[in-house]
Design a binder for this molecule. Structure first.
Ligand SMILES: C[S@@+](CC[C@H](N)C(=O)[O-])C[C@H]1O[C@@H](n2cnc3c(N)ncnc32)[C@H](O)[C@@H]1O
Length: 380
């Protein structure tokens, strides 16, 4: 007998250790393909149409891969960045495991997308205890239909999830499936003391990790970073090609010119290092521009939109010995800041992201190393 792809995926998630016995029934009961549109995009950019290639479409639905379900057609630079997706099933299972939600708890999900995660939550906790919010009205409507299609009447709100949903607060758990650079304080205010908030989190230099926060009795949440996941940004925190283009100035502008032996791969290619550097310079955006020679020459642009400061770090493999050219402009010397943040991280013994944590109060969001008393900085 041939095992249906759905059952194969469930078995695979169990083998990978991300699907616990508590969530098994929900993953078995909810079929992922029922939440996907007829036209999907695989991670390698391939468009798969259910009408023309139903086998491939069904197989893709049960691959352990994220599936893009909506792209931003309106981007001026011609690119089409994804703005909605069905997350990778192993990431979905892993986040639900970490959320530690059980029947009797009330959960708010931010970023309904296809509705698949909301269906899993509703299957386990009961549809009356789940609220999910989606900013895009069409997606919200389709998710409602698909949830109803599997017999679930889960409340799908069309709106900005960063505001939470006070009408159903307090929640025991808030789970976001869209990344933030700043945890919306509404989520803390709408979570019961003792409750938890789990959200993809990152900086403009590093996307991302999960922030796993515990809500305390005095309107403050704190916890460590964990995981290794890159989610799409919450809509008003997106860094588009256009934002960066507007701030990366022509090379001729006034700037200081130096050389460095530091190759960008060292600080920015290392997960822990780039995470720690991002914490030190959270307003700074990064863009890498490749020249058409298979990556032998490229430029890393660092930009701080607030001050108009920028740095460009040009890598040419031919100039490895003499060093790479660095130009800096503006009140902040962004390359120098990056170098010293990297040196700090090495002096501290190259801490992994899991040694860092976040405290969110109504006034500020502080990141720390090992303990709340060792604050590294505040998030803007
Ligand atoms: C990775 S997808 C979510 C996947 C989803 N949980 C699923 O099971 O298919 C992220 C979603 O968050 C939505 N989103 C972005 N910003 C939002 C916001 N401010 N409020 C609510 N949803 C938002 C996007 O439109 C997108 O559909």
């Amino acid at each position: 007998m041939v095992t249906p792809p759905h059952e194969k995926l469930v078995a695979r998630l169990e083998q990978a250790g991300v699907l616990t016995r508590y969530w098994r029934e929900a993953f078995t009961g909810i079929e992922r393909h029922r939440f996907l549109p007829d036209r999907i995009i695989t991670p390698d950019g391939e468009v798969v149409d259910r009408d023309t290639d139903p086998r491939r479409w069904l197989a893709s639905a049960y691959d352990d891969l994220p599936i893009v379900t909506q792209v931003d057609e309106g981007n001026e630079d011609g690119s089409a960045p994804p703005i909605s997706s069905a997350s990778k099933p192993s990431v979905v299972a892993d986040m639900l495991r970490r959320l530690d939600a059980s029947p009797g708890m009330r959960v708010l999900e931010v970023g309904t997308g296809t509705g698949y995660n909301a269906a899993l939550l509703s299957h386990r906790l009961g549809e009356e205890d789940v609220v999910t919010i989606e900013v895009d009205a069409d997606l919200a409507e389709r998710a409602r239909e698909r949830l109803l299609g599997v017999g679930l009447c889960t409340l799908v709100i069309t709106g900005d999830g960063t505001q939470g949903w006070p009408a159903r607060a307090p929640f025991d758990r808030v789970i976001s499936t869209v990344a933030v650079r700043r945890v919306p304080y509404h989520w803390v205010a709408q979570t019961r003391p003792g409750g938890r908030i789990l959200t993809p989190w990152g900086t403009a230099l590093h996307n991302g990790v999960l922030a796993d926060l515990h809500v305390g009795p005095h309107g403050t949440a704190h916890g460590r970073f964990t995981g290794d996941v890159a989610f799409m940004w919450v809509r008003d925190q997106r860094v588009t090609g256009r934002t960066l283009k507007a701030h990366v100035p022509p090379k001729v502008r006034e700037s200081t010119l130096t050389r460095t032996r530091l190759h960008p791969h060292e600080p920015l290619g290392d997960f822990g290092a780039s995470f720690a550097i991002g914490l030190h310079m959270p307003t700074v955006l990064k863009r890498i521009e490749f020249e058409q020679d298979r990556g032998r020459r490229f430029t890393v642009h660092l930009v701080d939109p607030g001050t108009g400061s920028w740095a460009s770090w040009h890598v040419d493999h031919g100039s490895r010995r003499s060093g790479y050219q660095v130009r800096q402009h503006g009140p902040r010397s962004l390359f120098t800041e990056l170098e010293s943040a990297y040196a700090w991280w090495r002096r501290e013994g190259r801490p992994e992201h899991t040694r860092f944590g976040l405290t969110v109060s109504a006034e500020r969001q502080s990141v720390w190393l090992d303990h709340e008393s060792r604050v590294i900085g505040s998030m803007p």
